[in-house]
Design a binder for this molecule. Structure first.
Ligand SMILES: [Fe+2]
Ligand SMILES: [Fe+2]
Length: 298
């Protein structure tokens, strides 16, 4: 039976009608309220974090990691102070965001989250590297982290919307078809567009949603917006290089490989750069406990 094609604009609406659209994490709304105060109350922020053991432990781990000299913080207050509110929010977002998605029919969920966390850490490492080595400020660390985390959420949503059709996509990709091509052919839309639609629905900036929408084809954006989409693409490359494919593919298709090569040339990123950055990402992924978190979600 041929799969029914659905316009991109209808995907979120259909999921909403089925009560299957992930809701914006409630803890993030509470945190945002606390962070919007004219003078942010540290105790209030810490209390919100402390109420969720998964988030609290991840914040403590991040604050005790190599980026902060590996000295474990003495308590959550010190951990939050060390990381800063923006990074704490990004960590809280990552932990609570995963809970909003239903398990997909065809993808091992821990494989998907390993990819998302690896891309999140990779995007953060890349944002620092661009700033320090290239004197190019693409975006702040927290924005980078969120982009990496959310870039492939469309995969889960498309699978949730029509598991049978997405099963066909996965089969076609296993036979060598490019994942975007297969999604477009079978479902009539693609995962980057759906990831971006969810980001817009959750009121992330247009700039962030566009970078996610174009993460397989950065040149589809205006030149001034391409660097942010490149960052997501390179984060993807590093995640896959470390062995964390997204559950749909384990290696870039020839079409994607061509785009990666072209964007690496434009940004003068060498194979050595990717290797060195991948090592950093690998260390931070382990040290901050993201892989363990992904595995616990399986
Ligand atoms: Fe993707
Ligand atoms: Fe990806």
């Amino acid at each position: 039976m041929p799969a029914t094609k659905i316009p991109t604009s209808a995907v979120l609406q259909l999921l909403h009608e089925r009560k299957a659209l992930p809701v914006f994490p409630a803890i993030i709304s509470r945190l945002d309220e606390a962070l919007a105060e004219q003078t942010v109350n540290m105790d209030r922020v810490v209390a919100i974090i402390a109420a969720d053991i998964m988030i609290a432990s991840r914040v403590l781990k991040a604050a005790g990691s190599v980026r902060y000299g590996m000295n474990p913080p003495k308590d959550l207050v010190e951990a939050v102070a060390r990381l800063g509110f923006t990074e704490v929010r990004a960590i809280a977002f990552a932990v609570s965001y995963t809970a909003g998605f239903t398990k997909p029919a065809h993808i091992a969920i821990h494989v998907f989250w390993r990819h998302a966390f690896a891309a999140a850490v990779a995007a953060r490492v890349l944002s620092v590297w661009f700033a320090q080595e290239r004197k190019q400020r693409v975006c702040d660390m927290a924005t980078a982290f969120l982009l990496g985390l959310a870039h492939d959420s469309g995969v889960l949503l498309l699978d949730l919307l029509n598991p049978e059709a997405y099963g066909q996509v996965i089969e076609a990709v296993a036979q060598g078809e490019d994942s975007l091509q297969a999604e477009q052919r079978i479902m009539g839309t693609t995962h980057p567009l759906i990831s971006a639609a969810l980001m817009k629905y959750w009121r992330f900036s247009d700039h962030m949603a566009m970078a996610v929408a174009a993460h397989h084809y950065p040149t589809r954006l205006q030149p001034e917006s391409q660097a942010l989409a490149d960052l997501v693409l390179f984060a993807e490359v590093i995640a896959v290089r470390l062995g964390y494919g997204n559950g749909v593919y384990q290696a870039p298709s020839p079409a994607m490989q061509g785009v990666i090569q072209q964007r690496c040339e434009v940004q003068s990123i060498t194979e050595e750069d990717i290797m060195m950055l991948s090592e950093q990402v690998d260390q931070q992924l382990q040290a901050e406990g993201w892989l363990a978190l992904a595995d616990g979600l399986g």
